[in-house]
Ligand binder design. Structure first.
Ligand code: FA5
Length: 348
């Protein structure tokens, strides 16, 4: 065991030293110290099988290794952050003597940004914080942390762009995040409970695009965790959002849907703006438009976020932001939003 611990320490310190960015470091941290299958965690778990004397000696050594790795991780994090700051400041250097050009035409916000800002205001007024997260994400946070193990068929629900050979010592693939649910466990690990947050951001899927599907689109995740949270709270919040966006007459329909990270899970729809529920091409003749997935956070996800599911409950939802924009402005084709077509954009 002594050799194993020393080997882990040696290799970990070199890998940490070689790490290029914060994502690399997080991946290493997870690989070494992850609660479920971190290399050092596993070794520490096996201490219990040793005899009393050996256990004491190896336990002490294991703790020393852990402290050294923790220290190296946080030191490297500081170093990378500092380098990023310096880089950013250097780029920002401006020449105050340069003459300005006359402004011919002023720009304006993209419709997606208008709706995103509006919802951020609504949610912050209800005490939610607004978080941001990485678009290039580890397989762990995109899938495993939210209860989708490697071999689980639920991976097929989101056709994914995998990125090979990203970073040092990386065996696990990286992905362009397929949803903003990646931030559920990240936020729990960072802020604990109680927690109220939204995460607007870009997501990516290998879609055969059509009027409702884009390969690059925006979602807005929401999470509430506290003691005594129930499904009624979830429904209340979703109705507030739908009515805020589309007026008091808007109907919301919740139907059971499987998402591995919630139990029970629902698929949320609002009445179709185009046909007012009568049925049309946009809503596939159903009168309803699917705009979010939601549900009560699965106990496995809470555990992954280091929260006790016997003490805390929570709900989560994921809005398709570009669908909210389509509904608000009566846009028939989702693909227009990312097209960069000025004839479309100038209307907002
Ligand atoms: C998810 O992505 C889940 N992460 C949502 C969730 C969060 C469920 C928290 C439970 C708890 P889904 O794949 O259904 O679920 O996508 C959520 C919404 O994103 C959809 O309702 C839709 O409005 C939008 N969406 C999904 N794929 C696309 C796409 N290719 N183009 C545009 N919008 C999309």
């Amino acid at each position: 065991m002594r050799e194993q611990l020393e080997k882990i320490k040696r290799e970990a310190l070199t890998a940490i030293q070689d790490a290029k960015d914060i994502l690399n470091l997080e991946e290493l941290e997870n690989k070494l110290l992850g609660r479920k299958s971190g290399e050092l965690t596993n070794l520490m778990k096996s201490l219990k099988d040793l005899g009393a004397d050996m256990k004491k000696e190896m336990g002490q050594l294991a703790n020393e290794v852990k402290t050294a790795i923790d220290g190296a991780l946080s030191e490297k994090k500081q170093e990378i952050k500092k380098a990023e700051w310096v880089g950013a400041l250097e780029k920002e250097r401006a020449d105050a003597t340069q003459p300005t050009l006359p402004v011919k035409e002023r720009g304006h916000l993209h419709p997606n940004t208008i709706v995103q800002n509006d919802l951020e205001n609504l949610f912050t007024s209800m005490g939610f914080m607004v978080l941001d997260g990485p678009e290039l994400e580890s397989d762990y946070y995109n899938f495993e942390a939210v209860n989708i193990p490697k071999t689980h068929p639920a991976r097929d629900m989101q056709d994914t762009f995998y990125i090979k050979n990203h970073g040092v010592n990386s065996d696990a693939p990286w992905v362009m995040r397929t949803h903003t649910s990646t931030m559920q466990v990240r936020a729990m690990q960072k802020y604990g409970a109680p927690l109220r947050m939204i995460v607007p951001g870009k997501c990516f899927r290998n879609e055969a695009t059509d009027v409702r599907h884009e390969h690059t689109f925006y979602q807005m995740e929401g999470v509430v965790i506290d003691k005594g949270i129930n499904f009624g709270h979830l429904k209340g919040v979703l109705e507030i959002v739908a009515k805020h966006l589309y007026g008091p007459e808007t109907k919301v329909r919740l139907r059971p849907k499987y998402y591995p990270f919630v139990e029970p899970g629902v698929n949320g729809e609002v009445s179709c703006y185009l046909c007012k529920g009568a049925g049309c091409r946009l809503c596939k003749e159903s009168g309803w438009l699917e705009i979010f997935g939601a549900g009560m956070i699965h106990p496995n996800v809470l555990k992954e976020g280091e929260l006790d599911p016997k003490v805390y409950q929570g709900f989560a939802f994921g809005f398709g932001l570009i669908r909210l924009v389509m509904l608000k402005y009566g846009i028939e084709d989702a693909r227009l939003q990312m097209s960069g077509d000025l004839r479309f954009l100038k209307q907002f």
